[in-house]
Write a protein that binds this ligand. Structure first.
Ligand SMILES: [Zn+2]
Length: 343
């Protein structure tokens, strides 16, 4: 099956200056995909801007106007972490629209799976607040779009960024049609994502938080994917799987103390692809979140595409040289399985 790539140079125009979340991230990925001849194996999908109506499925209209106004006034800092330039609003509506186009292309059968390489990232943006480098919640907007447009009953969101996707959790906390599963370092920014945050009302149980201690590597992440994510997905039986793909848990990434390697990412993506093949005709949509070491980010995104294409995966960076002792997470996994009644 074809694998789609959503990308547009508009995403480089969200100018954050010396900020760690900057245009060099996407430039590094695209140039590595070209250099390794992977780009030519992908089906290119042009993004479109998301409409205000589509964005307002997740964000308040006043907040959308506020973001537009800040851009029109020349940009500025929205909080201690999140900055905008004059073109950031346009980049942000194209980022949300990029995730929507990736979803449409998969749902229409133009491609089997797709990856939206977009910025600004999205999973911290709440209904009325920009935070953590995020303006609009691209993946949540695309998920709402898929629920409405294709009348889907069950969508699974897997968020493996090292941070908890507080915005995505909020968007679907009381929605039983969306199962949100997040692995994240905890305690850590943004402070949410305890294992007892499990959803509200009839959606109780459709938020699964896996708060991991610092120092986890490939083995620990794979343990959570095999023992929590996979059985929870099989019970939920999603019709589509959406992935908030953040690569800031790579050992070389300065933002985190996690120890995951490129090879570890490829094994996580293999499990996700296996679940999509088994449960929903392979329908799988990725949207880029974090990842700040340019070499590790580019290699990890390429490894993700290689798994989707069925290629062999190379890990040019290897395992962490830091050799931190990984913490044991067996009792944590047991506690989460008990909370969620997993086999
Ligand atoms: Zn992150």
């Amino acid at each position: 099956m074809k694998v789609g790539l959503v990308y547009d140079p508009i995403y480089l125009k969200h100018d954050t200056g010396q900020h760690m979340e900057n245009a060099k991230r996407l430039e590094a990925i695209i140039s590595y995909l070209k250099q390794t001849q992977l780009k030519q194996q992908l089906t290119h999908i042009k993004p479109r801007p998301a409409t205000t109506e589509e964005i307002s499925s997740v964000h308040h209209e006043q907040y959308i106007s506020y973001i537009r106004d800040v851009a029109q006034r020349g940009g500025g800092w929205l909080d201690a972490d999140t900055v905008m330039s004059p073109d950031s609003y346009e980049a942000a509506i194209y980022a949300a629209g990029g995730a929507i186009r990736a979803t449409e292309a998969v749902a229409n059968g133009e491609v089997g799976s797709a990856f939206a390489l977009v910025r600004p990232p999205g999973h911290h943006a709440t209904s009325q607040q920009a935070m953590g480098f995020c303006l609009f919640n691209n993946l949540a907007i695309a998920t709402k779009y898929a629920l409405a447009k294709y009348d889907l009953k069950r969508i699974l969101i897997i968020d493996f960024d090292v941070h908890h996707g507080n915005g995505t959790q909020e968007a679907f906390y009381d929605n039983p049609r969306v199962l949100y599963i997040s692995t994240h370092q905890y305690p850590f920014y943004p402070g949410t994502g305890r294992m007892d945050e499990t959803g509200a009302g009839e959606a109780k149980g459709t938020t699964i938080n896996i708060p991991l201690p610092a120092g986890c590597g490939d083995a620990e992440y794979l343990q959570t994917f095999e023992q929590i994510t996979a059985p929870a997905a099989r019970l939920f039986k999603p019709q589509l799987i959406m992935v908030s793909a953040g690569y800031d848990l790579h050992w070389a990434d300065g933002i985190t103390l996690m120890q995951v390697s490129v090879s570890g990412f490829s094994q996580m993506v293999k499990i996700i692809k296996g679940l999509a093949d088994e449960l929903c005709d392979g329908q799988l949509v990725f949207s880029l979140e974090g990842g700040y070491n340019l070499t590790a980010l580019a290699a990890s995104v390429k490894a993700t595409f290689d798994v989707l294409l069925g290629n062999t995966v190379e890990d040019p960076l290897g395992q962490s040289p830091r050799r931190l002792d990984a913490p044991g997470i067996t009792s944590l996994i047991k506690a989460i399985k008990e909370i969620h009644g997993l086999p």
